[in-house]
Design a protein around this ligand. Structure first.
Ligand code: ATP
Ligand code: MG
Length: 320
């Protein structure tokens, strides 16, 4: 759906921001781009809607080279949420979120219906908030409106550049969960830049870890946790963080949704659904077994392995 083909970017002052990046982002996936400050995340993202132009290489969206598409037309089909440049302060919330639908010439009732639905999805009552102005809203509420605005024109693709980094942990977590739900429900392709590994592990289908204008590793959250390819990736995941979270000790297996079917006939242990996830991990480690069969009474719920359990702990909240 989005393809980067050998993208290099050298700025006028000689800074090499991206070095020969090739990457495919599948449709309907949420891809988190993560890496240290200055590694090129924003530059890479901006190539998708042509806010930056590569020095060499080409970006394709839905099979079309973006250099061959009119930039304004392109941007109507791609939502964009950024952290700092927020909403237009002199426009009501309703006008802010109607910008793209109006550009697209949608009839009023279609625009209103769409906005109404999105406002409800992010937990803001349209009747109460549409007539307000941005400065009358809290930071978290403004950020939610930013998400509504990006989705209002029904774009296939939404770009989000550290959208929640200025928020308190609770608003941040709520918005992460809402973003994930919206992605699944509305089947959007979301490219999400963050420097926070917890955030990436929680919401991403695929994580792209960058350093110095290059990709260090691409993988699912499970792959990144289970098989970090080098020391840099390991450090970035923060093994000590995984260990710290393990001691939280609240989640039980019976709240769980990620099970798999019996695959091969390898050995397993049986645990009750009331077992804590942390205990289950310890059991796997101590017994040298690869999987556990989780039972609730006589009912077999399914199998879990270490990576499923680790993800549950890192995710804290299941996003369904
Ligand atoms: N217009 C520009 N001119 C010159 N150098 C630039 C320009 N924009 C970005 N850079 C440089 O390119 C590199 C990549 O910048 P970019 O903004 O993509 O990083 P980032 O990964 O998004 O960082 P952060 O996490 O801090 O937002 C940095 O070294 C930055 O200083
Ligand atoms: Mg950036």
């Amino acid at each position: 759906m989005i393809q980067f083909d050998k993208i290099t970017k050298v700025f006028e002052d000689g800074t090499k921001a991206l070095n020969n990046i090739s990457l495919s982002i599948p449709a309907e996936a949420l891809v988190a781009i993560i890496g240290p400050s200055g590694c090129g995340k924003t530059t890479l993202m901006k190539m998708i809607n042509r806010l930056e132009v590569p020095t060499s290489g080409e970006v394709y969206v839905a099979g079309k080279a973006v250099s061959s598409v009119d930039a304004v037309e392109l941007r109507k089909t791609i939502g964009y949420v950024i952290q700092r440049i927020g909403l237009f302060p002199h426009m009501s919330i309703e006008r802010n979120v109607s910008l793209v639908p109006n550009l697209k010439g949608w009839p009023k009732d279609k625009t209103y219906g769409r906005i109404y639905e999105l406002m409800q999805m992010v937990g803001l009552d349209p009747a109460q908030y549409l007539s307000k102005y941005p400065l009358e809203l809290s930071g978290g509420q403004q950020q939610r409106i930013g998400v509504v605005r990006a989705l209002a024109g029904n774009p296939e693709i939404v770009l989000m550049d550290e959208p929640f980094s200025a928020l308190d942990p609770i608003s941040r977590e709520q918005l992460q969960i809402e973003t994930k739900k919206i992605q699944k429900k509305l089947k959007k392709t979301i490219v999400f830049v963050t420097h926070d590994m917890d955030e990436a592990l929680k919401i991403a289908d695929i994580i792209v870890l960058m350093r110095n204008g290059q990709i260090e590793q691409i993988g699912t959250p499970t792959e990144i946790i289970e098989t970090p390819i080098n020391h840099f990736v390991k450090n970035f995941i923060g093994i000590e963080r995984i260990n710290r979270k393990r001691s939280v000790g609240k989640r039980m297996l019976d709240e769980f949704t990620s099970f798999f079917e019996q695959d091969e006939q390898s050995s397993y242990l049986v645990v009750d659904a009331s077992t804590l996830v942390e205990e289950a991990i310890a059991l796997l480690e101590n017994e040298g077994t690869k999987k556990l069969l989780v039972k609730k009474g006589n009912k077999e719920l399914g199998f879990v392995n270490q990576s499923i359990l680790l993800r549950a702990i890192l995710a804290k909240e299941e996003v369904s």
